[in-house]
Ligand binder design. Structure first.
Ligand code: C2E
Ligand code: MG
Ligand code: MG
Length: 725
């Protein structure tokens, strides 16, 4: 509108452009209508006139005036009634109405205001006064509109932030909560007037004292306050964050001070924070505290060591827990862990701390030991306690534990050393058959110590990106072209250099770290291969899968997700499993391999011949490929017989495996091909694919890429090596 400045911030009292403002005169006297119309036109407004309330209502059906001049005394529907009727129409409710009255009696003026009029003028109307009153009425109406808009915006904002206002009056001991408190605290009214006692009755009993103390202090010391408490309404509990200012006012020397401020429903936020804190320090399976919490406790006790007692850190590992998982399934395994944790938690009543460190390992901080015998008795008790049968699904499961202990300050005064010592001692108990406890001593086996250090380093190595995936090319035995590669993980240790997987994979499997590591390898291998395929190479990537990964219930879904996320076509991925994994649970293995093949993923049996699977078992497995272990390749040598067709020694097993695989319709990959003799023998036996140092060592991705780029040249080179002698 013209009278609102362009900056949309300042409202001029005086409309600058009045031509768009539509005014309506309602008067039964024609003379009055004409006079007023002339004035209005002179002021620059658009003026319309009607002679009765009925006509006015008619007019307003199609047009909305910005201001109405209304005669109070009209026959039929008088001005006051007309004003009420007009104001009852939603669209017109905020339009300023100036009542024109012939008399100066205060009763009619009051009635006019009650009916919704915003001003009145006594007839005959003075031109100048009329002009000013109209300007003012329009200005006020515009201001009101803007305030309404701001209030609406504020209400929306408050609603989103779940904020309301709260006013607490000291003298009247009353509380007013307003602005969407119906959404906020579950009340049905927009504004809530409560007596102070009513307000307090909604507060959680445990929070009442604190709230009263805070509010009293704010009044006594005349300053603001912040308080958080639980508000209860209709059995629902809200967590309220309240912040207020002290306002001092007095009237006739009477104290009218009050506290005004905001109140916010922070229930969701606090619950989310609790959950966050909970998952940070608690184990979700057993509800015991977790490793982070336990380590914090150790740091704390080391900083404030007891003066008259010793304390011990103990590691409790369940013996052969994988067997429990195999026998009772993962759910049964979880149940066993929960039962053991329930048994251990009893020791907390004696002041000790119990945590689950991860997997099947629990830890305890045993306090208040005065003599090592006391500790021995306790450890014996724990062993006995764990040994009690665990009843699951009508079966009794028997489990034992290996305990390792290190005592402060006898063993060390350093928290980390105590933890490492207790873990090493637990491993020693395990190695000695389990169901026993061992104290960490200075003479502890160095091998155990080394493994522990490696385990510790491995934990941080994953987060420090010290692992890398190398690729060993696989060569088609006829064309000598690269047709695929095996992804092999490498640990690039910052001090020790490249560490071989055989040195850390078993430890990663034992400690459960393999899941995270394996996930990294398969994702990396799949995305990398997708890039090479997009660059025009035709390749299948073989990925070694650990038993821990393969045994998980959702393994097939997981692979599906990887394919989906990395964009590698399923047929370009080959999953390598080993015999021991396959024969552990043959039914499950068959099912999973079938499902994988249904997705298009290829399946392969790695290191064949080193496990204990039988031929008949191999027959039942849905496989695409069999990999002959390097043990059966490495000793193959040509015998100089002088005959045209060469003969090879130590080749019988490799020969048998290849023949058998072909009979079963499997493709053969021969591993560990190091010499031209071995290569020729394998070609002669029609092994389809060759892999070994003769062709290439496992290479970092960039180097394999170089090899792929000069593939034709490379194939010729490899062929020529074979034809040399
Ligand atoms: P594997 O799956 O049988 O892998 C083949 C191994 O043979 C690799 O050892 C490779 O470097 C080695 N090799 C290849 N050609 C020759 C050769 O001509 N001569 C000799 N002497 N060796 C050769 P690497 O990389 O040390 O891996 C050892 C094992 O570690 C692998 O055996 C596999 O079982 C495991 N592994 C490697 N990467 C992973 C992985 O990402 N996940 C899992 N779960 N296991 C892996
Ligand atoms: Mg392999
Ligand atoms: Mg192998």
């Amino acid at each position: 509108m013209g009278y609102v400045s362009n900056t949309d911030k300042v409202i001029h009292k005086r409309p600058t452009d009045t031509s768009s403002i539509r005014t309506l005169v309602i008067d039964d006297e024609e003379f009055q209508r004409t006079v007023l119309e002339n004035y209005l036109t002179k002021f620059g407004y658009r003026a319309c006139t009607v002679s009765s309330a009925e006509e006015a209502l008619d007019f307003c059906q199609s047009l909305t005036p910005d201001l109405i001049l209304l005669d109070l005394n009209m026959p039929g529907v008088n001005g006051i009634e007309a004003c009420k009727q007009l104001k009852a129409i939603d669209r017109l409710s905020s339009i300023p109405v100036i009542m024109l009255t012939g008399m100066k009696d205060s009763e009619s003026i009051r009635q006019s205001f009650d009916a919704g009029a915003s001003d009145f003028l006594v007839k005959p109307v003075n031109e100048l006064v009329l002009k000013q009153r109209i300007e003012y009425a329009i200005y006020s109406s515009e201001l009101q509109k803007r305030l309404n808009k701001k209030e609406q915006e504020l209400t929306v904002a408050q609603k989103l932030a779940r904020i309301g206002t709260i006013e607490i009056k000291h003298k009247y001991r009353s509380v007013v909560i307003s602005s969407n408190c119906e959404d906020l605290l579950g009340f049905s009214t927009h504004t809530l007037h409560l007596s102070y006692d009513q307000y307090i009755s909604h507060i959680h009993p445990d929070d009442v004292d604190h709230l009263i103390y805070t509010l009293n202090r704010a009044f006594d010391e005349r300053h603001g306050y912040i308080v958080e408490y639980r508000f209860i309404n209709n059995n629902d509990e809200y967590i309220v964050y309240q912040k207020g200012e002290y306002i001092e006012t007095s009237d006739n020397n009477e104290d009218h001070s009050y506290l005004i401020g905001s109140l916010q429903d922070v229930t969701e936020d606090r619950h989310a924070r609790e959950n966050l804190d909970y998952s940070k320090y608690y184990d979700s399976l057993t509800d015991l505290t977790n490793r982070s919490f336990f380590e914090m406790q150790i740091q704390h006790i080391i900083q404030h060591p007891p003066t008259e007692a010793l304390f011990a850190i103990i590691f409790i590992g369940l013996d052969n827990f994988t067997r429990v998982n195999d026998a009772a399934g993962h759910k049964g395994g979880d149940e066993v862990l929960r039962t053991v944790s329930n048994r251990l938690i009893n020791y907390e009543t004696e002041g000790h701390t119990v945590s689950r460190f991860g997997g099947d390992v629990f830890t305890m901080l045993i306090r208040n030991i005065h003599h090592i015998d006391e500790c021995n008795t306790l450890l014996d008790q724990i062993l006995q306690h764990i040994k009690q049968p665990i009843h699951i699904d009508n079966n009794d499961i028997y489990i034992t534990a290996s305990i390792g202990a290190s005592v402060f300050p006898l063993e060390s005064e350093d928290g980390n050393q105590l933890l490492i010592g207790a873990e090493a001692a637990m491993m020693l108990s395990r190695e000695e058959g389990g169901d026993r406890y061992t104290y960490r001593t200075h003479h502890m086996n160095t091998e155990t110590q080394k493994r522990l250090t490696l385990l510790k380093e491995m934990r941080s190595a994953i987060d420090n990106y010290e692992f890398s995936v190398f690729y060993q090319p696989q060569i088609d035995a006829c064309s000598m072209q690269i047709v695929g590669m095996e992804a092999l993980v490498r640990w690039i240790h910052p001090l020790k250099g490249i560490i071989s997987p055989s040195d850390f994979i078993p430890l990663a499997e034992e400690s459960g770290l393999i899941s995270k590591l394996g996930d990294y390898v398969i994702r990396r291998a799949c995305s990398q291969t997708r890039c090479w395929i997009e660059a025009g190479h035709s390749l299948i990537v073989g990925v070694n899968i650990s038993a821990v990964q393969f045994e998980s219930d959702d393994f097939v879904d997981y692979i599906m997700q990887i394919i989906d996320e990395t964009g590698l076509p399923a047929c370009n991925l080959e999953i390598e499993i080993t015999e021991s994994m396959a024969i552990k649970n043959p039914q499950q293995t068959i099912k999973k391999l079938q499902q994988l093949r249904a997705l298009g993923v290829k399946t392969s049996m790695d290191d064949f011949g080193t496990g204990y699977s039988s031929l008949s078992q191999l027959q039942t497995l849905p496989l695409d490929t069999l990999k002959v272990d390097q043990a059966f390749v490495k000793n193959i040598r040509k015998i100089d017989t002088g005959e045209k067709i060469p003969e090879y020694e130590n080749s019988a097993i490799a020969n048998a495996i290849i023949v058998m695989s072909h009979n079963l319709g499997l493709k053969v990959i021969a591993e560990g091909v190091e010499t031209t003799d071995q290569c020729r023998f394998l070609q002669q036996q029609k092994s389809e694919i060759l892999q070994g140092f003769l062709f290439s060592k496992p290479l970092p991705a960039e180097e394999l890429e170089n090899l792929l780029d000069r593939e034709k040249q490379q194939a010729t080179n490899w062929s020529s090596i074979l034809t040399k002698d």
